[in-house]
Design a protein around this ligand. Structure first.
Ligand code: FAD
Ligand code: MLT
Ligand code: ZN
Length: 521
């Protein structure tokens, strides 16, 4: 059996025999720390940056409205002090900024229902908000929409330890659910870098993907039921906790991934897998994208049912994490890196499979270098190199962020193509690719010190045209939000878009729920 040290030594030996690959655009764009850090940049108002988006014909908020909200929630859960409201107006990535004057913090479905009924009667637009970690500008208002935050709807309702079905309120933080479940021998079927802040209601509303999708599938499969409140305040009870329920239309799916435009999700029933008994993480260095592809395919075949994550990042991406966040690369420098995770019920069996896979990947020269961990702290360290990429990139200043689905054969081509396209632009700092290669989902990110219209115009719509030509999707996991409404047609047919408009009219005839998001004009 291959020992861990042997693996390190052996792959290092293999690496020395390979010639270095030239990645000139990477080398020339490598950042120095002092260039990238920009402290607390003031975020331009969305209404100013995107003047083509006009405010809808909604009522303006008045003291009478505030008094009504206070009568339901009290003063302490009706935030109106601009200093308190500001954080809810700006998204995590600092891409958009709204001008709401009020944040409401209901605790119960009944309170949500009363608020929405009133807003609908008064034609006040609303913006549902969970952990505000969304990456497409959907979670904050565009103009002065009333913000309804689920942050106090954080009660776990039940866990059925026989079936693994968890029922909870929408504002439970993903990591808090993970911690609770671990005490009962279960895990959440989804995991993502934002877990410390994002809410399960936000995850459901965005149909979040993340690093476990490869193993446990999308939320359309693991969410068994939802409770949601429609724009008119009506509570829709689809909170089934059954794995199989074929009675009529599967209405819960309307709320999974509709980004707060069809209803406000108040409760979620979700199927949770048992905690794996053994977890291994391998962090690998590779010479080319071709090798990444070969390795991901052979990982699927050779690791089979124990493979739980298959992620890739290029050298420019890893640099954002090592330079900007001071994390150490545990292996040598390579053009590409992969992070593979196995989770199973029998440590020896999984390890034997992983070792056999690594041995064959090294002898074929597809993997050059690597390290393997099975102790929690080391596993966590290796995962940080992938999970904290979004955070590392934000340190550059502004991030143009794309999450696209592409055929595997063409998965990475857009990255060097885009880098070449942007090479003449002085504002451009970094162009990198990383993502969930096991799910065909690339994250193409371009950074600059600050938002720049010329750079923006060089990237869009080129990136969406490219994706569409390859029959990919303009949003693999982050959604459409505010940022991509103009581009949804690249991935949705006219007939599908018409049906989306029809459904919207049916559930929210006055269009008060998260206007300017998802649906194209
Ligand atoms: P918010 O950002 O608050 O809202 C997102 C959208 O959902 C908005 O349109 C909002 O109006 C709507 N919404 C929120 N709550 C409700 C509700 N209760 N009812 C109706 N509508 C609601 N995403 C992935 O898919 N995969 C990843 O791997 C991933 N990694 C990330 C890593 C980092 C570091 C960050 C910052 C983000 C990441 N994201 C990822 C994006 C984001 O975390 C997810 O989209 C997440 O699901 C959003 O949850 P949230 O509670 O923060 O929702
Ligand atoms: C990820 O996979 O890291 C997330 O989707 C966030 C991002 O795209 O940066
Ligand atoms: Zn992702």
């Amino acid at each position: 059996m291959l020992s861990r040290n042997f693996f390190r030594l052996l792959v290092r030996g293999a690496h020395q025999t390979k010639s270095a690959v030239s990645f000139s655009y990477i080398a020339s764009r490598k950042l120095h720390k002092s260039v990238c850090l920009q402290k607390n940049p003031q975020v331009e108002l969305t209404a100013v940056r995107y003047p083509e988006v006009k405010r809808g014909n909604y009522s303006e908020l008045t003291d009478r409205h505030i008094k009504f909200f206070e009568s339901i929630l009290g003063k302490d859960r009706t935030l109106t002090d601009p200093a308190d409201v500001e954080a809810y107006n700006v998204d995590w990535i600092k891409m958009v900024r709204g001008q709401s004057r009020v944040v409401l913090k209901p605790k119960t479905t009944e309170e949500v229902s009363a608020i929405l009924k009133y807003c609908n009667d008064e034609t006040l637009a609303v913006c549902p908000q969970g952990g505000n970690t969304g990456l497409v500008g959907g979670s904050v208002p565009v103009f002065d929409e009333v913000i309804i935050s689920t942050s106090l709807m954080n009660q776990i309702i039940s866990l059925d330890e026989l079936s693994g079905v968890l029922i909870c309120q929408a504002g439970c933080v993903l990591e808090a659910l993970e911690t609770y479940l671990s005490e009962h021998g279960f895990i959440m079927p989804l995991d993502l870098g934002a877990k410390g802040s994002c809410h399960i209601g936000g995850n459901v509303s965005t149909n979040a993907g993340g690093i476990r999708l490869l193993r446990y599938g999308s939320l359309h499969g693991s969410v068994l039921g939802v409770e949601a409140v429609k724009a008119n305040g009506e509570v829709i009870d689809c909170l089934s906790s059954l794995k199989k329920d074929n009675t009529g239309y599967h209405l819960k799916h309307l709320f999974i991934g509709s980004e707060g435009t069809l209803g406000l999700v108040t409760k979620v029933a979700i199927h949770c897998p048992p905690s794996p008994k053994a977890v291994n993480v391998a962090f690998l260095g590779l010479n080319s994208f071709d090798d990444v592809l070969k390795t991901s395919i052979s990982a699927r075949r050779k690791l089979g049912e124990v493979l739980s994550s298959c992620e890739m990042l290029d050298h420019v991406t890893l640099d954002a994490v090592t330079s900007n966040l001071n994390l150490r690369n545990p292996i040598g420098e390579h053009p590409f890196y992969m992070l593979l995770e196995t989770s199973g019920s029998n440590g020896e069996h999984d390890e034997a499979k992983l070792n056999a896979f690594l041995e064959s990947s090294m002898s074929s020269g597809e993997v050059l270098d690597g390290t393997v961990a099975n102790e929690p702290s080391r596993i966590q360290y290796l995962w940080q190199l992938r999970e904290r990429v979004a955070e590392g990139l934000v340190h550059d200043g502004y991030v143009f962020k794309y999450d696209i689905s592409l055929p595997l054969k063409e998965f990475y081509t857009i990255v060097p193509k885009m880098a070449e396209r942007l090479a003449g632009n002085k504002k451009f700092l970094r162009c990198c690719g990383y993502g969930h290669i096991g799910d065909g989902n690339l994250h193409l990110n371009i950074t600059s010190k600050e938002f720049d219209h010329d750079l923006h115009n060089l990237i869009e719509p080129f990136v969406f045209e490219w994706t569409s030509k390859l029959k990919g999707s303009v949003s693999a996991e982050h959604g459409i939000g505010f940022k991509k409404t103009k581009f949804i047609h690249y991935s949705k047919s006219d007939s599908s878009l018409n049906m989306m408009h029809d459904i919207k009219k049916l559930l929210d005839p006055k269009g008060i729920l998260n206007p300017y998001k998802v649906l194209p004009k």
